[in-house]
Design a protein around this ligand. Structure first.
Ligand code: SAH
Length: 346
């Protein structure tokens, strides 16, 4: 039997049509969307302004959540990682991760890290997500569901699209989901950051539509030959083209780019790297965000020492590059990104 369309797949207009098709009233659509998306009620039984009959009919015909939480791990610093399984029509169920990262200042709310694909086709050798290749894209509803499950853990004030997958390869579902996240769930555009390996053509097109989120580009090295190894899907795209795509984005959207740089001990943190990177970024208004490598089981890479990361950051700063360091959170709960899923699949 085909899966019935989830509420989260529908736009407000489509919800109204569907509710009326099912015998409900037009105004029910607004009541439902406000209750679910704005107030966070995740079960129709909790929408008590609707009659019992309507609630039961909706639960049957227009499900809200489709996934199942199969694992939850809570780190000492309060970070919660969810492993969610989504059903697939006639196929293998899909496993993805969503991470809820509370701010150090509790009043500020949390950051939610969401996935866009089941697996990833980019296959960066230091990243757990690409180990098993790409299974499929997540639907708009499956992306939104992560926000609803995340907010159920605690209030969200920011979001990073930095979970499993390459967002630019699932753009339509992602932009559909983020529209709901901004307009109905209520996380502002400036509080949402999408991270990508930076396909220049796709970025050029996307920038023209001014999609209303912040962009981060995973650069990882200033050298073409090394980037071909670290970001295999971008092997044919020179670093200069990626930086030009960043410039164009800034010109079109007025928003500065963050360049992400996974620091792999002894591999991309030499003085030669900081000098070349600084030379490449000279005159560009952007930030470099250093991410010390989180060890992935069986990898050949080294986690850099705190001193080495600080020193690399200092070299960049002295050369005029605005540089931040992201010390990962929740490391004691199954380490780096994508690893819950990797372990579940083994
Ligand atoms: N595909 C997108 C978004 C996913 S990952 C991208 O590549 O940007 C978000 C960031 O985490 C990327 O910069 C990625 O390179 C980084 N990352 C992946 N595995 C990591 C690891 N083991 N340690 C540290 N950072 C990692």
């Amino acid at each position: 039997m085909p899966l019935k369309p989830s509420l989260l797949e529908l736009t407000p207009d489509e919800t109204r049509e569907r509710v009326m098709e099912l015998g409900g009233k037009a105004f029910h659509a607004k009541v439902i969307r406000t209750a679910v998306l704005n107030k966070g009620i995740l079960d129709y039984q909790g929408i008590t302004s609707l009659s019992k009959g309507v609630r039961e009919m909706l639960a049957e015909e227009m499900p809200i959540l489709r996934g199942r939480e199969v694992d939850r791990s809570l780190a000492k610093d309060g970070t919660t990682k969810l492993l969610i399984e989504f059903p697939v029509e006639g196929g293998k169920n899909a496993l993805i991760e969503t991470v809820h990262i509370p701010s150090h200042d509790e009043a500020k709310g949390a950051t939610l890290c969401v996935s866009t694909q089941v697996g990833c086709p980019v296959a960066c050798p230091f990243c757990a997500s690409g180990r098993l290749g790409l299974e499929r894209n997540l639907s708009k509803a499956e992306i939104i569901e992560q926000y609803l499950r995340g907010r159920d853990i605690g209030r969200l004030s920011r979001s990073v699209v930095m979970g499993i997958g390459e967002p630019l390869l699932n753009l339509q579902n992602l932009t559909g989901a983020l529209k709901v996240v901004r307009e109905e769930i209520g996380i502002g555009a400036r509080k949402i950051t999408v991270s990508t390996v930076g396909f220049p053509d796709r970025l050029a097109k996307l920038g023209k539509t001014n999609p209303g989120f912040q962009l981060a580009i995973s650069l990882h090295t200033p050298f073409d030959d090394q980037r071909a190894i670290l970001v295999p899907a971008m092997a044919k795209v020179p670093v200069a083209d990626v930086l030009c795509a960043g410039d164009l984005w800034f010109k079109d959207t007025g928003r500065q780019i963050t360049y992400e740089y996974v620091v792999l001990g002894g591999l991309n943190d030499s003085r030669e790297h900081s000098e070349r990177l600084a030379a490449r970024l000279r005159g560009r208004r952007c930030t470099v965000n250093l991410i010390p490598y989180n060890p992935v089981e069986g990898d050949r890479f080294q986690r850099p020492s705190r001193d080495d990361v600080e020193e690399f950051a200092e070299e960049l700063r002295e050369a005029g590059v605005v540089t931040t360091i992201r010390w990962s959170r929740g490391l004691d709960s199954d380490a780096a990104c994508g690893q819950l899923r990797l372990h579940a699949a083994q």
